[in-house]
Design a protein around this ligand. Structure first.
Ligand code: DON
Length: 304
């Protein structure tokens, strides 16, 4: 298939829709991004690449990094991990506190903020140099040694991150955080601050489209069983309280971030990233969702 032409075609179809939503402002630095940015990149498991629009421009990957931290922690902790975090959709906003109280400090899944904070805590417990080892993992997956945390964005979120601190404190009170709260939260914000382009991020996700193996060099990143499970959690929980609608309309495992990115994988075929900073009320990229819906319909490439 000539995906390049399909991207142009799908983008034309969206021209008649209003580019609605607003750029995230609760992290002040994110609000500075131009709302009209739009990029797409696809990597196929056979090594082809297709880009469109602002696909080579860096953006803040935010919660998309939660898939990468989960991959690393799952590999280290194996099934022990699921004692501290669940695999059920939350049906609640990504930063909700109420459910966590009812669930006695065990987050519903690793993609809501509370779950990702537990994963950050696990990495701190298990790694000698969590910041360095994690970014090395992302660099290896992306094939780019320049990928880095963005200090400016991390600092901006740290200045306003009271809700995440509340989640961490609540979990600590239930005994589900092992390390110092400040260290855990700082590491969590660093993970969210990573900047990548659509093409770098699509390449990073390729192992999940290829049963845990990087198809470009044959390196096994995680087992196929773990890859299956991570994709299943993405399918059910990757878009928070919009995960059902995302399955219904797009039909691929996916993960969003408040920077406006959405990463999806089609196991056995491709990984793909769209980026458009305007977010809908659930905190997911508005145009990104519409593009993916049109794309999987047009190419008949949903997994369903
Ligand atoms: O913790 C936060 O609120 C952000 N650093 C990440 C949230 C996020 O990306 C949710 N995704 N749609």
């Amino acid at each position: 298939m000539n995906y390049q032409e399909i991207f142009i075609e799908v983008n034309k179809k969206l021209k008649s829709c209003k580019d609605d939503g607003t750029v995230a402002s609760y992290i002040p630095e994110l609000h500075k991004v131009s709302p009209s940015k739009f990029g797409v990149h696809m990597c196929t498991v056979t090594g082809e690449n297709y880009g469109f629009g602002d696909s080579e421009e860096k953006f803040s990957i935010q919660s998309i990094s939660k898939v990468l931290s989960l991959s690393m922690a799952f590999e280290i902790e194996k099934n022990q991990l699921w004692k501290r975090v669940g695999v059920e959709p939350s049906g609640n906003p990504f930063n909700s506190l109420v459910q966590l109280e009812y669930d006695a400090g065990i987050p519903r899944n690793p993609f809501i903020n509370a779950g990702a904070i537990v994963i950050a805590d696990i990495l701190i417990s298990k790694l000698k140099n969590p910041n360095i080892e994690f970014i090395d993992f992302v660099r290896k997956l992306s094939g780019n040694n320049e990928i880095n945390y963005c200090e400016r964005i991390a600092k901006s979120e740290k200045s306003k991150g009271h809700r995440n601190a509340a989640l961490c404190n609540l979990m600590k009170s239930f005994g589900n955080i092992e390390n110092n709260i400040h260290d855990v939260i700082e590491f969590y914000f660093d993970l969210c601050s990573i900047e990548m382009t659509c093409s770098e991020l699509a390449r990073t996700f390729l192992f999940l489209a290829n049963y845990g193996v990087n198809p470009l060099d044959g390196e096994k990143i995680i087992s196929s069983s773990k890859s299956k499970r991570i994709n299943a959690v993405m399918q059910l929980c990757g878009l928070y309280d919009e995960a059902g609608e995302f399955s219904f309309k797009v039909g691929l495992p996916g993960k969003s971030g408040v920077g406006g990115g959405i990463a999806v994988v089609h196991p056995g075929k491709y990984s793909m990233v769209v980026w458009s900073p305007r977010l809908n009320k659930k905190g997911n990229s508005s145009k990104g969702l519409r593009f993916l819906e049109e794309f999987t319909s047009y190419t008949e490439s949903s997994i369903f």
